[in-house]
Design a protein around this ligand. Structure first.
Ligand code: IMP
Ligand code: MG
Length: 187
């Protein structure tokens, strides 16, 4: 943790879990692994960021890739405030066709696993060459579905985190680091 980052924390954030520099280094490592695993001859990699939470991770990861790629986004919704609404809804589909392409789904965080499971299953029906997953954060304690993540950033405890794209009720997405929220009073 970076001392200076903690000093300027808003009162409802408890602590910095992952500092800017730590995130940057890990994203760089993941990009290098993706480059190594996916040969150029396979054509441009289709990088699909899951909005909104993964918008910053997707931008940083894609800018670290050396191999050819195109970036697209998909939007899903399953949470309101800090509460899961259970079912995953597709709010906006990709524009790019997945047929005959290697696809990399880029997600912010794996909680129950429902969102990623829904996306991987629906992408596989679109005749891609392959579907792989890059996930910045994982809360192993919360999985309800067994899922294989190909490129994982960090495993974290079962706490609500914000920053680097992640929100609480749309707040704190643009913090450059990832911080743990204080649970609400009496809640
Ligand atoms: P899952 O479908 O339960 O795996 O939830 C995944 C989605 O829930 C993520 O894409 C996030 O948008 C959201 N989410 C889960 N945990 C957190 C958190 O700690 N902070 C912010 N968003 C979260
Ligand atoms: Mg969210």
């Amino acid at each position: 943790m970076d001392g200076r980052e903690s000093e300027r924390l808003p009162a409802d954030l408890r602590r910095v879990l992952l500092g800017e520099e730590e995130i940057r280094r890990r994203v760089e490592e993941l990009a290098a692994r993706i480059d190594a695993d996916c040969p150029e001859s396979a054509g441009p990699l289709l990088v699909v960021g899951v909005l909104k939470g993964a918008f910053i991770f997707t931008a940083d990861l894609a800018r670290r890739l050396r191999r050819r790629h195109v970036v697209d986004f998909i939007a899903v919704s399953s949470y309101e405030g800090g509460q899961t609404s259970g079912n995953v809804r597709l709010m906006m589909d990709t524009r790019q066709n997945m047929e005959g392409r290697h696809v990399l789904v880029v997600e912010d965080i794996l909680d129950s696993g429902c969102t990623l499971d829904f996306l991987v299953r629906s992408f596989r029906q679109r005749n891609p060459l392959s579907v792989r997953t890059a996930v910045l954060l994982d809360k192993p304690a919360r999985h309800v579905l067994p899922l294989k993540v190909d490129y994982l950033g960090f495993s974290i405890p079962d706490v609500w985190v914000v920053g680097y794209g992640l929100d609480y009720d749309e707040q704190y997405r643009t913090l450059p680091f990832i911080a743990e929220m204080r649970p609400p009073e009496g809640g």
